[in-house]
Design a binder for this molecule. Structure first.
Ligand code: ZN
Ligand code: FE
Length: 239
C-alpha cells in the first residue's frame, strides 16, 4: 500500500509526500521547505524527487532549499522550465516518470498556467492535479482559456472514477458553496456540502477525494460545453 502524506502549509496549500518505495518519497509541489523536511523526518521518509505541477511560487517555493538539503531530482513542465527553480528533468504530455516500481503518466493540463501538468500514478490510484482540479472547483484561468480548462478537465475526468485526487489547496468549502448555487437540485452536491461544512468546522482536511465525487458534484467537471464552463468560472471569480 502506497502511503501519501499530507502536509498543510501557508494559508491553504497542501504539499504531498508520495512514498513510492519503502522509506523513499517524492514531494509534490513543495511550497516551502522546512515543514516538508520536518514531515519527511517524522514519517521516516527520504525525499529523492520533487514533482512540480506548475511554476507558481506556492508550488515551487521550497525547490531550492529541499534540493540543497536532500540532493533530490526536480521534475517539472518543459513548457515552464525557465520558471521552475532547480529543474533537472523536463516533461510533457505522455511522458512517464518512473519512481521505483511506480510510474506516473504526465498529462498536459495547461489553463491555470500555460504549461501546467498533472501526474497520474495508475498503480497507486493517485492523481496530483496541482491547481487544475479542486474538490467541486477548478483553477483560475490565469494563462489559459475556458477551452483550455475544458480540455484539461476532460482528460482528468476520463481517469477511473475511484482515482484519488490529491490537489494542492483546501478550497473545498468555498467551492461547495458556489457549486450549490449552480446546481441547487443536485442532492449528491447538497450531501457533500453538508459533510464538508462539518469537516471544516472540526478542522479536518477534505482532500483527497475521488474523480467519481467530482463527476457527481463538480460544476466545472459537469459543464457540458466550453461556454457553460466559461460562465461558471466567471461567476466563481466574482463569488
Ligand atoms: Zn497556482
Ligand atoms: Fe496554488
Amino acid at each position: 500500500m502506497t502511503r501519501v502524506v499530507r502536509i498543510p502549509v501557508l494559508n491553504d496549500n497542501y504539499v504531498w509526500l508520495f512514498e513510492y518505495a519503502p522509506g523513499l518519497a517524492a514531494a509534490i509541489d513543495p511550497a516551502v521547505a522546512e515543514p516538508v523536511l520536518a514531515a519527511a523526518k517524522a514519517e521516516g521518509l527520504r525525499i529523492t524527487h520533487i514533482l512540480n505541477t506548475h511554476w507558481h511560487p506556492d508550488h515551487v517555493g521550497g525547490n531550492s532549499a529541499l534540493k540543497a538539503e536532500t540532493g533530490c531530482t526536480i521534475i517539472g513542465s518543459r513548457r515552464e522550465a525557465a520558471k521552475i527553480p532547480g529543474i533537472d528533468t523536463e516533461v510533457d504530455e505522455g511522458d512517464t516518470v518512473v519512481l521505483g516500481d511506480h510510474s506516473a503518466t504526465v498529462l498536459f493540463v495547461g489553463a491555470h498556467t500555460a504549461g501546467h501538468i498533472a501526474y497520474h500514478f495508475p498503480a497507486a490510484n493517485a492523481l496530483f492535479p496541482g491547481d487544475t482540479l479542486f474538490a467541486m472547483g477548478c483553477g483560475r484561468l490565469f494563462e489559459g482559456t475556458a477551452q483550455d480548462m475544458f480540455t484539461a478537465l476532460g482528460k482528468l475526468k476520463a481517469l477511473p472514477p475511484q482515482t484519488k485526487v490529491y490537489c494542492a489547496h483546501e478550497y473545498t468549502l468555498s467551492n461547495a458553496r458556489f457549486a450549490i448555487t449552480v446546481e441547487p437540485g443536485n442532492s449528491d452536491l447538497a450531501d457533500r456540502l453538508a459533510a464538508v461544512e462539518i469537516a471544516r468546522r472540526m478542522g479536518e482536511a477534505t482532500v483527497p477525494f475521488t474523480i467519481g465525487d467530482e463527476l457527481a458534484t463538480n460544476p466545472f467537471v459537469r459543464a457540458g460545453t466550453v461556454g457553460e464552463l466559461a460562465e461558471r468560472r466567471s461567476a466563481k471569480d466574482a463569488f
